[in-house]
Write a protein of this length. Structure first.
Length: 187
């Protein structure tokens, strides 16, 4: 399955079928997100979150199954005079890079067993930012499949003892998304 996934995503990135630009909703939370330290972009794709975090001054590691996507991420960073580290990983089989991290981003990738690992990688006081499609997407479209969709409030429940800075679920255009910013307590 990993080879098929890699090939599928490589092809999407080769043909330009990927989102660009930083997520505009994060602009409202500028003061809540760190500007120094280490950051991890999980399932980074073409690197829009990686570039966003590097612009903030963070030392970014981007991981994804697609070498083509990661090459685009490096190019996008270099175009702005930024540097990010990339690592091609099959997140279903290989571990995340060792933390701790001051900021971890996970956008549009849901692997239930991975989220507790992501949270464990947070530095005390570290922040996680996530955006995931929910099951309600199936009301309007067939993809992604149920396997990759979060249940109602699932992302919120996954945060356990973290301080939730922001959480929202709702329709944004044709997609029903869960958005989260949460912070690990310092002590």
């Amino acid at each position: 399955m990993a080879d098929a996934d890699r090939e599928k995503w490589d092809e999407r990135y080769r043909t330009g079928q990927h989102p660009g630009g930083e997520p505009s909703w994060l602009r409202s939370f500028d003061e809540e997100l760190p500007r120094t330290g280490k950051a991890l972009d999980v399932a980074a794709g073409s690197g829009r979150m990686s570039v966003f975090m590097a612009r903030r001054g963070l030392e970014v590691t981007a991981v994804d199954i697609s070498p083509v996507g990661l090459a685009l991420a490096r190019e996008a960073a270099a175009d702005e005079g930024l540097r990010i580290r990339t690592q091609a990983l099959d997140l279903e089989r290989e571990p995340l890079p060792a933390g701790p991290f001051d900021l971890v981003a996970c956008f549009h990738y849901r692997q239930r067993a991975l989220f507790p690992v992501i949270l464990a990688q947070l530095e005390p006081g570290g922040t996680v930012v996530a955006e995931l499609p929910t099951l309600r997407n199936l009301e309007r479209q067939m993809r992604p499949s149920k396997r990759w969709l979060a249940e109602a409030n699932e992302l919120l429940r996954d945060c356990g003892s973290l301080e939730v800075v922001y959480y929202r679920e709702g329709w944004l255009g044709e997609r029903h998304l869960a958005r989260l910013i949460a912070r690990r307590p310092k002590a």
